[in-house]
Design a protein around this ligand. Structure first.
Ligand code: ZN
Length: 76
């Protein structure tokens, strides 16, 4: 089984608003627009749907502060 190491910095999405790093360096991105954004953790695959960036930013920041995942295989 081959695992993708998600601490390698992914290409910056065109609609990136904020980029955090979790405890081991995997990227947690907030993307979209100020009024309609979502956040996604590339370490564990968790994230949340459309919301104002004022809600997405603290949620992504809290997740990044707690998450220690480097890999996920949730794309299967
Ligand atoms: Zn995570």
């Amino acid at each position: 089984m081959k695992l993708f190491h998600n601490t390698a910095t992914p290409v910056e999405p065109y609609n990136l608003l904020i980029r955090f790093h979790n405890q081991i360096g995997a990227v947690v991105d907030v993307t979209g627009t100020r009024d309609s954004s979502r956040w996604t953790c590339h370490g564990c695959g968790y994230g949340d749907g459309l919301q104002h960036v004022d809600s997405a930013r603290p949620a992504a920041s809290r997740h990044a502060a707690e998450c220690r995942a480097a890999y996920h295989r949730l794309d299967r």
